[in-house]
Ligand binder design. Structure first.
Ligand code: PMT
Length: 396
């Protein structure tokens, strides 16, 4: 299954490093080529000789081999790999990765790697739960890296909780899926709308909404990992994908213009933006003064981007969202039909942990063939992966 695949395994200083010996053996048995990078502290937990013997390749940890005089080129290592897995990932290396620090070969290789990067953290439970660790993991996800969450169980400290690195067998299955998916939409073009729109009232104020861009960013990252070319048309959000081309807009009209321009060449279009349905008819040229006790604004309808492009749809696979507060399933099904979506993803503001700004979402899929699939509350990264898996299954 992994025959000919090139795996770059980067090992940090954590007791879980001992598991990498088993993991390298499993990879080799599957026919993968394996190269290993170690940090200095990783060598306190497992010897380079063990990993060199099992991987049948020299282990890299310095830029320069003092004995042979050989220069270990981090750029070449990153280019060589089909996938880089940092396992175990320590809190120390995580912090450096999240902040662009580059004081060893592992970090230089990470920064220059063009291939998908996955990380499998391992640390004590309190370290794992610390807000800094969680923020840093989110930051890696926003760079498009995939986080294999630490597992629950007994830890080396004797404590019990979340912090164990995923077991080698599990890592192997995750890698296999990842590598199968990594080319699933190669050559396809994916267009995504994301974030809110801001509709000007005057040069200072606007009508907007709470969309942060987290859902759209997670979707862009997940599609990028399938080898697709991804373009995101985003309103003024807090989150943008670092992996994809981003076209920044303000209003619904601008979002329509930029999305329409690219629609004909797209294979998959995901409408995750929260678009304002109305806009002020005549935005004031100057800041409106507060002279009166009340202020009337006349609002006119904005174009419906999804419906407009739904009418022009030919080969494209359209995924819409429905953000509801009541009568959820009925409304979602109606939107699926009215806007000519192939799939609609319902999220309801009645579900705690779902909707705007959260890191999690709870969704139900409805497709045009009347299939319905409910999911439990998950991270937006996992929801995005579910959407991508569905599109791959239905579209390719
Ligand atoms: O950005 P986050 O903070 O992570 O929040 C994510 C989200 C809640 C914004 C996202 O999950 C979501 O639900 N996006 C759609 C929000 C919305 O506007 O839903 P709607 O039910 O009003 O619209 C239905 C569909 O038509 C959506 O695909 C929407 O993008 C699209 N639409 C709506 C109006 C309009 N004028 N043009 C559109 O394209």
């Amino acid at each position: 299954m992994l025959a000919g695949k090139k795996i770059l395994l980067a090992v940090c200083g954590s007791i879980a490093a001992y598991k990498t010996a088993f993991f390298v053996r499993l990879l080799k048995k599957e026919g993968a080529e394996v190269k290993v990078i170690m940090t200095e502290s990783a060598k306190d937990f497992i010897t380079p000789l063990t990993l060199a013997t099992l991987s049948k390749n020299p282990v890299y940890s310095e830029y320069f081999d003092e004995n042979s005089g050989e220069w270990h080129n981090h750029v070449e290592l990153g280019m060589w790999a089909d996938l880089m897995l940092i396992a175990p990932l320590s809190a120390n290396t995580l912090g450096k990765m999240a902040n662009g620090i580059c004081d060893n070969l592992l970090l230089a290789t990470y920064l220059s790697a063009k291939c998908p990067v996955m990380v499998a953290p391992a640390m004590d439970l309190d370290m794992y739960q610390h807000p800094t660790t969680q923020e840093n993991l989110k930051k890696l996800q926003s760079f498009g890296n995939e986080v294999i969450e630490a597992r629950d169980g007994e830890l080396a400290s004797g404590l019990s909780g979340q912090g164990r690195m995923a077991e080698p067998e599990e890592l192997l299955e995750i890698l296999k899926k990842k590598l199968t998916n990594s080319e699933a939409l190669k050559g396809k073009k994916v267009l995504i709308t994301s974030g809110p729109t801001f509709e000007a009232i005057d040069p200072v104020r606007f009508i907007g909404n709470h969309s942060s861009g987290k859902m759209g960013t997670a979707i862009a990252n997940a599609f990028k990992n399938t080898g697709a070319d991804v373009v995101v048309v985003s309103g003024p959000a807090d989150h943008f994908p670092h992996t994809s081309e981003v076209i920044k807009v303000q209003s619904a009209e601008e979002m329509l213009k930029e999305t329409e321009k690219r629609h004909h060449e797209a294979d998959v279009v995901v409408f995750s933006a929260a678009v304002s349905d109305y806009r002020p008819k005549d935005p004031a040229k100057e800041k409106i003064k507060k002279n009166d006790d009340s202020l009337q604004l006349e609002l006119i309808k904005n174009p419906d981007i999804a419906a407009t492009l739904g009418e022009k749809k030919k080969h494209q696979y359209h995924v819409g969202f429905a953000l509801e507060t009541n009568n959820e399933s009925v409304n979602a099904r109606e939107k699926l039909k009215k806007k000519n979506f192939d799939l609609i993803v319902l999220n309801s503001l009645n579900d705690s942990g779902a909707g705007f700004q959260k890191d999690t979402n709870k969704v139900t899929f409805f497709d045009k063939d009347n299939n319905e699939q409910k999911f439990e509350l998950k991270s937006k990264v996992e929801v995005a992966q579910d959407i991508v898996d569905y599109v791959i299954k239905k579209h390719s």
